[in-house]
Write a protein that binds this ligand. Structure first.
Ligand code: AMP
Length: 275
């Protein structure tokens, strides 16, 4: 990969990377297509990164289908598919990690301590291996996308970060590899995530400015689904992730949430521009 990346660079090619954990869906493929608009060589990486999973999380049962992924990735314009093994990525004496702080400690970082240390470390390694000019991340993982922008800026990576919009199922559920875990009843109830975000958008459009009231309305709606357990609902500044009690006109807010259905944990979010 190293030699290839250097070769492409010498030829003046622009390299774009889309890091994924595989089990590709239309959300991933949209990222690949966007990468293709910004780069000559699209590198898709598939690596279920053990470092970003806590011991009790779903690392070992994370869905995998390399054959199908290979086909989909190629169809969506992947030039290089990089699927490293664990021992290629982490030697036995691996010692060095990237530990994001502050905005990494709230929301997902609070519920999943160490998660973003795993993400930042693996993405930094993937950047160094593939030497991209541009990297595409999904807004689906809003905090991750923000942290990647911060990492690139804080550590002077010469990589442009593009954040791509969330791709949804026809009923509104944000696409995720983890959606396959959902039992039919859970899948039916999971539409409540995007519905609650739409409800928040409507409340804000009709003049509501108190975050507590909006979160209460969202909580009510989500709680009407008996299988849904709310991890968090947050209304925050999209740049600092600081919680906002009041929403001010002219600003943008990030409304994000994590909801569990049985052992499946789903996240979703929306950015609302307040006029
Ligand atoms: P994952 O394989 O879940 O780690 O995701 C790989 C990349 O795809 C991340 O940048 C995600 O934010 C992005 N992604 C996942 N699901 C979606 C989606 N529904 N819409 C847009 N991007 C997504």
């Amino acid at each position: 990969m190293q030699r290839t990346a250097d070769g492409f660079r010498r030829e003046g090619k622009r390299i774009g990377i889309v890091p994924t954990m595989g089990y590709l869906h239309e959300g991933h493929l949209s990222l690949l297509r966007i990468a293709g608009q910004h780069a000559n060589i699209v590198v898709t990486t598939i690596f279920v990164n053990p470092l970003q999973f806590a011991p009790h999380e779903d690392f070992s049962r994370y869905p995998r289908d390399i054959e199908r992924d290979t086909q989909l990735a190629e169809t969506a314009g992947t030039d290089i598919l990089f699927i490293p093994e664990n021992n290629e990525m982490y030697s036995r004496d691996h010692t060095t990690y990237i530990v994001p702080e502050r905005i990494a400690d709230v929301l997902e970082g609070k519920v999943r301590p160490g998660h973003f240390r795993g993400v930042a470390t693996v993405v930094a390694k993937l950047f160094n291996i593939t030497k991209p000019h541009v990297a595409v991340f999904g807004q689906k993982d809003a905090q991750q996308a923000l942290l990647m922008q911060r990492m690139v800026s804080d550590l002077n990576f010469d990589v442009e970060v593009i954040v791509a919009p969330i791709v949804r199922e026809p009923d509104g559920l944000a696409m995720s590899s983890r959606n396959v875990y959902l039992h039919p009843e859970e899948r039916a109830q999971s539409v409540v995530l995007s519905q609650s975000l739409q409800l928040a958008e409507k409340r804000i459009a009709s003049g509501e400015r108190n975050s507590g009231n909006i979160i209460a309305a969202m909580t009510n709606l989500i709680s009407s689904k008996p299988l849904a357990i709310i991890d968090y609902i947050s209304i925050a500044n999209p740049h600092t992730l600081q919680e906002l009690e009041e929403i001010s006109i002219g600003a943008a807010v990030l409304i994000s949430l994590a909801v569990r259905f049985g052992s499946t944990r789903l996240i979703d979010n929306t950015i609302v521009n307040v006029h």
